[in-house]
Ligand binder design. Structure first.
Ligand code: NCD
Length: 302
């Protein structure tokens, strides 16, 4: 495997291998000295053209725990603001000897273009509304560690699916790993042609009793060019996860959210902070999963 651009490129064996390596990486993160020498002398560049908190620091922590040299490049304050093209930036990275480039970009497909221009590995950290493969992998890891398996589970993804690269990557990966996926949200925010294997529903209360995993998505106001629902209050009333809805879920079912959350809109604090929520674990697991991805792409194996 050279690049990680889309979860569509992962077959079940490769995805499972990443999750298994991540389990081993998690034991390193639990040690007092959280470092492995695996990527000593290798250079990882974090190229972020869009805001990020979790993904960016998670990739940075992952690369550092594997002893790589890390260069953080943010579009703000760089020559990108002077109009430098992605291609010219790619050549600069190439000249610096980047072994891996982690890229987040507002344009869908930007990481794929970059992969044509650099000799190192490219990891997609979110491209527009397209994909976010490491988020899907960390979600799969979290589901597997909480539920003991992924195969045969019913995962319900709720909210602004239309703008969600997290949902797109999750649908592909969860399918590959044998889960059944239902998308729920207002008709304006749930594409019906996303994937033939998913079900679409509009009544959250009807679906919740059959869920093993409920994944809430952020309402992505910054990507909305239209008014997709009457008001925030109306959205929460129909699609927000609150305590009453949590109690409609089976006792074993978990609640996930990739962050950042609009607390009070798609999820209430009561639910976000409940023991049924895996939101903090998802962030912790993100580091191990990204260590596994960097290890697989740069460290050898396969
Ligand atoms: C997501 C993203 O940026 O795509 N966040 C993340 O990476 N944890 C989801 C979002 O922005 O809502």
């Amino acid at each position: 495997m050279k690049h990680l651009l889309s979860t569509a490129d992962l077959d079940a064996a490769t995805a499972t291998e990443i999750l298994d390596i991540a389990t081993e990486m998690a034991s390193v993160s639990g040690r007092e000295i959280k470092k492995l020498p695996t990527l000593r002398g290798r250079t990882v560049v974090n190229l972020f053209y869009e805001d990020s908190t979790r993904t960016r620091i998670s990739f940075e922590a992952a690369a550092k725990r594997l002893s790589a040299d890390v260069i953080n490049f943010s579009a703000k304050g760089s020559s990108v603001e002077k109009g430098e093209s992605l291609k010219d930036t790619a050549w600069t990275l190439q000249a610096m000897g980047a072994d891996a480039v982690v890229i987040r970009h507002p344009a869908s497909g930007a990481p794929h273009r970059l992969a044509d221009w650099v000799t190192g590995s490219v990891l997609n950290a979110g491209d527009g509304t397209h994909e976010h493969p490491t988020q899907a992998l960390l979600d799969a890891y979290t589901i597997r560690s909480r539920m003991g398996r992924i195969d045969g589970l019913h995962v319900v993804i709720v909210g602004d699916v239309l703008h969600s690269r997290v949902a797109r990557s999750n649908v592909l990966l969860l399918n590959t790993l044998g889960a059944k996926v239902t998308l729920v949200g207002p008709p304006t925010l749930v594409p019906t042609d996303l994937n033939a294997s998913v079900q679409v529903a509009y009544d959250l209360d009807a679906v919740l009793p059959q869920a093993d995993v409920v994944m809430m998505l952020r309402v992505q106001k910054e990507r909305m060019t239209d008014s997709y629902f009457p008001s925030a209050r109306e959205y929460s009333r129909r699609y927000g996860l609150d305590g009453a809805r949590l109690r409609r879920m089976p006792a074993h079912a978990i609640v996930m959210h990739p962050g950042p959350m609009n607390r009070g809109m798609e999820i209430t604090p009561e639910v976000a902070d409940s023991p049924r929520s895996t939101i903090v674990e998802q962030v912790t697991n993100g580091v191990s999963v990204r260590m596994a991805c960097l290890y697989l792409l740069l460290g050898g194996a396969r």
